[in-house]
Design a protein around this ligand. Structure first.
Ligand SMILES: O=P(O)(O)O[C@@H]1[C@@H](OP(=O)(O)O)[C@H](OP(=O)(O)O)[C@H](O)[C@H](OP(=O)(O)O)[C@H]1OP(=O)(O)O
Ligand SMILES: Nc1ncnc2c1ncn2[C@@H]1O[C@H](COP(=O)(O)OP(=O)(O)OP(=O)(O)O)[C@@H](O)[C@H]1O
Length: 398
């Protein structure tokens, strides 16, 4: 896809660090008014500190970032365009990236800095709708699976360093602690001005009360939940059995060596994904998922990969006050619906085994395994249920 947008039309200092994940780092445009860049976010790829930058040979055209093609040609056939950010290709350049990397390094969390850095070899990046900058506030929830209250507790307890709940006020990520004063910017957004020095719980309750109706009313959570569940029709254990069955020669009686899940599977191309989506939409609900056919192995592997993107995505809820400050315009957008690599299939198979093993210890004399934070995290992160759709579960025994 050709593009005329060049980031060198701006200064690196026009971009403020927002946040980052495992593969990307994101900046918000805060420079002089510019119709191309106003209200946009720049998403740059990172590379491990142990690896080299991407090398683009002279005369070679770098492909657009896979997230753009995947969103435009695959995701938007499953999630309405109004719920995903606008994404377009932007040209970047080494010296410009070097300056940005240098000036933003101090803002990055130490644990990320120890692992990776901006890939300075890239010539293309992603320009997206900025979902956190400007007036108002925004909340990011990764894997919308945990109860809001426990997300809030973990957020406060970790001083805002957890990756499954992030809160931004006027584009700045909040770093809370157990002192209510650390939440002042958020309190000013969610509470009336006359509430002076509110307690932590007061801010929390106002925060949840504002978010809850948006979450319960939006159809997008239902869409994400439906896609997660439908695409994960066999779950990884079922996929693993189908894989073994498909790799066992008919009539074989002796033990055969089965390649690990996904081992001989090619990474689907965009065309493969397009064919998959057409088949999925036309035929998925007519297939017998209780007795899957080994001939459909590739279909089920692709379905599982796509379900993993839906399980790992985040939503950003944005609350922007009207000009008179009397009402809030609320919107919800899904981010990070990136394509997953087939090499992950084996990792998820192993993770699933670990969960099952830990679960089998319930009847053990050592049941506290189940209530351990590590187990619960593992369990919740892999449970494709959107608990937010079930307020009774969300509020526990309150
Ligand atoms: O494997 P997990 O469960 O640790 O999940 C990874 C996430 O770790 P988390 O558990 O949230 O700390 C991880 O999140 P962080 O980088 O830790 O913020 C990514 O979302 C990763 O996906 P990808 O590499 O960006 O495609 C996620 O990998 P996938 O398993 O979804 O591919
Ligand atoms: N369009 C956007 N507007 C504002 N902030 C954004 C936008 N996209 C991403 N971010 C912020 O940047 C962070 C990293 O982006 P993203 O989740 O796309 O990266 P990633 O490396 O793919 O993440 P992960 O490792 O979780 O898969 C997000 O968690 C969010 O805080």
């Amino acid at each position: 896809m050709s593009t005329n947008v060049h980031v060198i039309d701006t200064q690196p200092s026009d971009w403020s660090y927002i946040s980052e994940g495992g593969s990307s780092i994101v900046f918000s445009y805060s420079g002089p008014s510019n119709p191309t860049f106003d209200a946009t976010a720049l998403r740059l790829r990172k590379v491990s500190i142990h690896e080299h930058d991407t090398v683009i040979e002279p005369g070679q055209e770098e492909p657009d970032d896979p997230t753009i093609v995947f969103q435009h040609r695959v995701i938007q056939r499953l999630v309405p365009a109004e719920y995903v950010p606008r994404l377009e290709t932007v040209h970047v350049e080494r010296t410009w990236l070097e300056q940005l990397a240098k000036s933003s390094e101090a803002r990055r969390p130490a644990e990320r800095r120890a692992k990776d850095r901006i890939d300075l070899g890239k010539r293309k990046a992603v320009l997206a709708t900025d979902l956190v900058g400007g007036a108002g506030w925004a909340v990011e929830i990764k894997r919308v699976t945990k109860a809001l209250i426990s997300l809030w507790d973990a957020w406060i307890g970790s001083s805002g360093s957890v990756n499954n709940l992030r809160v931004f006020v006027q584009g700045q990520m909040l770093k809370p602690n157990t002192l209510p004063s650390s939440l002042r910017p958020l309190a000013q957004q969610v509470l009336p001005p006359e509430v002076d020095a509110p307690l932590l719980e007061t801010v929390r309750d106002a925060f949840i009360t504002t978010l809850l109706p948006v979450l319960l009313e939006t159809p997008v959570l239902e869409t994400l939940s439906t896609q997660q569940r439908s695409l994960d029709a066999l779950d990884v254990e079922g996929l693993s059995s189908l894989w073994s069955k498909a790799h066992t020669p008919l009539g074989s009686t002796s033990a055969v060596s089965i390649p690990r899940l996904g081992a001989d599977l090619a990474q689907p191309t965009v065309e493969d994904w397009e064919s998959f989506i057409s088949l999925y939409r036309a035929n998925h609900y007519n297939m017998n998922h209780d007795h899957p056919d080994p001939a459909d192995l590739q279909y089920y592997c692709h379905a599982y990969l796509l379900s993993a993107s839906f399980k790992d995505c985040s939503i950003i809820l944005r609350m922007v006050p009207s000009a008179d400050g009397k009402t809030l315009k609320k919107s919800i957008t899904v981010i990070d619906l990136d394509v997953k690599g087939v090499d992950r299939l084996h990792k998820w198979e192993k993770l699933d085994r670990q969960i099952v093993e830990a679960y089998s210890k319930i009847s053990d004399p050592n049941p506290e395994v189940l209530s351990s934070g590590a187990f619960l995290d593992m369990w919740w992160s892999r449970t494709p249920e959107l608990l937010l759709l079930r307020p009774n579960v969300m509020f526990g025994n309150q």
